[in-house]
Design a protein around this ligand. Sequence first.
Ligand code: PEP
Ligand code: MG
Length: 756
Amino acid sequence: MSQASLGPGGARRLLKRLRDLMAGGGTGQERLNQTVRIIAADMVAEVCSIYMMRPGEVLELFATQGLKQEAVHKTRLAVGEGLIGDIAAHARPLALADAQSNPNFAYKPETGEEIFHSLMGVPILRGGRVLGVLAVQNRSFREYDEEEIEALQTIAMVLAELAASDSLFGPPEVALETVALLPERLEGLKLNEGLAMGRVVMHQPRVTIRQMVAEDPVRERGRLEAAVERMHSAIDALLARADLGHAGEHREILETYRMFAEDRGWLGRIGEAINAGLTAEAAVQRVQDDTRARMQQVSDPYLRERLSDLEDLGNRLLRHLTGDRTAAQAGALPDDVVLVARSMGPAELLDYDRRRLRAIVLEEGSPTAHVAIVARALGIPMVGRVKDIQARAAPDERIIVDGENAIVVLRPSEEVREAFQAAIRARAARQAKYVALRDLPAVSRDGVQAELMINAGLLIDLDHLAPTGAVGIGLYRTEIPFMVRSAFPDVASQVDFYREIYTRAGDAPVVFRTLDVGGDKRLPYLEMADDENPAMGWRAIRIALDRPMMLRQQVRALLLASAGRPLDVMFPMIADVAEFAAARALVDRELDRLAARGLARPAAVRVGTMLEVPSLVWQLPALLERADFVSVGSNDLMQFLFACDRGSTRLAGRYDVLSPAALCFLAGIADAAAARGVPLTLCGEMAGRPLEALALLALGFRRLSMAPNSVGPVKDMLRSADIGAVAAYLRSLLHLPDRSLRGRLAAFARDRSIAL
Ligand code: PEP
Ligand code: MG
């Protein structure tokens, strides 16, 4: 039937007619009525209807050709109700030859739709939000094809733009968004810690697309190509920037990003939308809307992040086409910028002047998103998943961002601002005190000496070594460079990376942990099982022993990089001694290989293990005979000990690492290691909390590895404590039936003026 009318030329003609219609006069309703008439005729459909979203997530029939006119502004469906509601709820098209037999079909008698059997509907999307639904219906059991769905989506997108610019219906018909002027406290997800107060700057004032429909696809393709060219040069310029020169992961991230910019599939889809009659910018927008809609469906974190990188690129490309600028490019920013955005790419963040940037608040975002990794590296507080922040905040409003507690306060009252200022000052004073402690020894009042080290996962973390006064890197999580790449890094590039770590660490020791991937840390190039319970699934050493080449190459790279220096390497998630022996044998093989090739050996090779799986504790004597050191990963160890997901907010606080059970367990480990003289570290989160660290020191732990900003508070605590006295007290409590010893220990510490 409509192949001729729906082909690229046909779609173009239809879009042109719509444009002419909008340019003409008439009321909003008249224009809408004509719109549905034109679409119905062009799509050879008996019905064409537009449903728009009303407050309260209700879809209202705004105009129809073919259904009863009495139903207009009367028929309403909740999001999720009926087929129209289903399209809105999932933001995806639906095409059914026999719509009425679909279980989701909701019959609305006032519309007279019972005589129409087939239905094709698409969401009217703008900025990732569903504004409404555009649907056509036919009497026959018509099979709509892909091309027809595409054509309807293109029309829906044009409608979305027109609706947003009020050219589709007059403003009175659209519910205006109300802006609450009272203070609002919103919760989100912690992406980076830190406190900040500033003024809202909308990262991306929406790009305004002035023209949607184009006559000349060849010219539009030319414009697209020129803009892609300009975008490539801009990304290359970013890559060449001197201040990113040594930041390895930033480079990796930007390289990956450039790869997306060259993605043929993405550019191809934009080209197709141009062929269908859109301007280059409208075509980019069209593909963006698709991406966003897909993003909402995707739960896989890796895919979501890649899609958000694509979105970042799309935004860049749009700006190259329209000449619109982001807040960063527009300049004239306040001195205390708090960026608000739906999502943001790593490159976009780097566009901003860091001296003005106080914090970032996103509607989306996840801890492993590239932008979050970059924000952490730059020390910018960041809260993600703040619902509707873009709609709730207005430019230049005051805003408070509390990264520790993942809270954002919009339009804070004066009292709140003052209280917050006081909190920021107190934090700054504490920081100053910790800086002063930097060169003082980590020794308690009774002479117990401890080694305080930091955990790192990014090259930039190594810059914290000197300012914190930490004596080394107790845990280097090696997985990030593997996660930002699109293919497994070869030995040579791994060697470069580990060398860079050694160079930056100077003389300080570094304990490398081999790849701990799996679970939600997915590698794009490694097929992983969809375990029901990923934390207990195919991850870490389990993958490494099943795919030994990965571990061998990593160990090879570590050996080569550490030539002449000592190498400390440990394995994650070892559950029994046999696993440790197998992993260790792999290191020995690589050492033999090194010798056979006459290559330089490290000054020493110490092979240790993480202790994260409780079963290993019952093999401690055998383990301690074979391992050169042990590092307790209390995050995992405790989650498995208590059978309590470490990420569950609901369970957080139910079991305590300062319970008699956990402390007895840890005491057993400390005693066994001390008896055999094997170095023991604890590198989970608890090492960085002063009260927990006090308990660990009292149990005999002497090496603690923690987040860099915990070193000051823990050292302050240690220097004010008499560890012998705490040890005697704590050991005397271990037999108690209490849920937790936290209260007693804290009171004991307070009474003795231990700094907590
Ligand atoms: C741990 O489990 O305590 C640990 C340090 O490893 P990660 O947090 O990387 O799982
Ligand atoms: Mg762990």
